[in-house]
Structures are given as structure tokens and as C-alpha cells.
Design a protein around this ligand. Structure first.
Ligand code: F6R
Length: 236
């Protein structure tokens, strides 16, 4: 697990260039995607690269980490809408090649099956201030796969910034499990801003998986880069 501290703008430039290289090397690449504020500047850079004809998404396949339970697909806060608004509708990706989990029990088992058939080449992650990755909240077991969870009160509080009222934030979500994330060939996590300082400090000190900080599982993966900006990395 390599922690790389650099200026925010440089982080996104470096990761976007890396995605360009990897997609050009393998146009059928399988990407694991995240939502939230951390990936947005990356998606903007990927859109620019598409517009400049540096990236072609026509054969790229994507799997999203998670989705709220109880929001209609077209609700502006659903992760389905987020992906369309922030990436998919701006590039030439085939929407049939984009997958986002949903709470339907049949859909959960399909998603598990699809992830078995399509190993993720690069999994993109953010990190919650409580150490969650995807929506694997503290206490999640190592061998978890796609499942429904109750969001922690802290996560509901953190995510209320996207909603008009905290009571509108869903209390449940569907998420890839820790095992699904660890199955990716390579993982890139982005942590930006002061709010991530404490969790990055703890992650930096960890030597093994600690159930109370789900992201510590990444210390057991052979190919993980954690990009932190100067604020998120101030305590390391
Ligand atoms: C989103 C996800 C979450 C976020 C995390 C950080 O798909 O899985 O784990 O990555 O909550 O969110 P931001 O980037 O908004 O700080």
C-alpha cells in the first residue's frame, strides 16, 4: 500500500494520464468506479481526454461500487444519475457495458455473478471519514461480497451535504463487499481535504486489517496506491 501525497491538481492529472494509458493499452478494460466528490475532477479530466480524442470508451466496461436503497433511479441523488451526469452522458461509453448495483435481491446475485465473470482491472475508491470504502462501514467482514447495509450515522451526516435535508438521506445502501474490492487487480484511492486527515493518519499507521477501519484491508492487497492531497495528508 503506497501512500502518495501531492497537490490536488497533480493527483488528478497523474491519475487521468494513467487511465488514458491503460485504456489505450486495453480498450476492453474493466473499471471499478466510485461516486462522491473525490472522483469528480478525475471524471472531468477523462471527459476532456475523450473530447480531445485521446480516450475511446466504446469497449470499456464499468462496475460501480454502490447505490442508495430507496431512491428512484432518476432521482438526482441516485448514483445512477451521478454517473450519467458526471461521466457516462459525456463520453462514448456503451450504457449496456455500465453496471450499478440495485437493491432487488435477484439483482444482487446477478451483480455477484457479473463480478466473478469480469475481474476489475482498476478499482477507484474514495474513503469515508470513518474509514469506509464503498459503503462497507466499520465492522464489515473481510469476506463480504455485494450486500445491503445500514449507513452509519456519521456517513448519513457526511452525505447530507448533497441533499436539501438530512432526513432525505437514505439510511440503507447496496455495496460491493470488501472481498469484491480486494479481487480487483489494482486499486487507486483518492482522499482530499481536511475531513480525511484523521482517517489517513490511522490508515498510514495500520499494519493489518482492523475491522473498525474497513480501508485497512487495503494493506493486504499487492497493488494499491492511495493519493492524498496536502490537507488530507497533513498529519502524515
Ligand atoms: C462512493 C463510495 C464512498 C465514497 C466515500 C467518500 O461510491 O463508495 O465510499 O467514496 O464516502 O466520499 P467523498 O468522495 O464524497 O468524500
Amino acid at each position: 500500500m503506497q501512500i502518495i501525497k501531492m497537490e490536488k491538481e497533480k493527483i488528478y492529472e497523474e491519475i487521468a494520464n494513467y487511465y488514458e494509458k491503460r485504456i489505450n493499452e486495453n480498450p476492453r478494460i474493466v473499471l471499478g468506479l466510485a461516486t462522491g466528490s473525490s472522483p469528480i475532477p478525475l471524471y472531468q479530466k477523462l471527459i476532456e481526454k475523450y473530447q480531445n480524442k485521446d480516450i475511446n470508451f466504446s469497449q470499456v466496461k464499468t462496475f460501480n461500487l454502490d447505490e442508495y436503497v430507496g431512491l428512484a433511479k432518476n432521482n438526482e441523488q441516485s448514483y445512477y444519475s451521478f454517473m450519467n451526469d458526471n461521466l457516462f452522458s459525456h463520453v462514448n461509453i456503451d450504457l449496456n457495458n455500465t453496471y450499478i448495483p440495485s437493491a432487488n435481491p435477484e439483482h444482487i446475485s446477478n451483480y455477484i455473478e457479473l463480478l466473478k465473470q469480469n475481474q476489475i482491472d482498476i478499482q477507484l475508491l474514495g474513503i469515508g471519514s470513518n474509514g469506509h470504502i464503498a459503503f462497507n462501514e466499520p465492522g464489515t467482514s473481510k469476506d463480504s461480497t455485494v450486500h445491503k447495509i445500514k449507513l452509519d450515522q456519521g456517513t448519513i451526516q457526511d452525505n447530507s451535504r448533497f441533499f436539501d435535508d438530512i432526513n432525505d438521506v437514505p439510511t440503507e445502501a447496496i455495496t460491493m463487499g470488501l472481498e469484491d474490492i480486494m479481487n480487483a487487480k489494482e486499486i487507486i484511492l483518492i482522499a482530499i481535504g481536511k475531513g480525511k486527515q484523521n482517517i489517513i493518519k490511522e490508515l498510514n499507521q495500520c499494519e493489518a486489517y482492523n475491522q473498525n477501519i474497513p480501508a485497512t484491508i487495503l494493506s493486504e492487497h499487492p497493488n494499491v496506491k492511495i493519493y492524498v492531497d496536502l490537507e488530507a495528508g497533513e498529519l502524515i
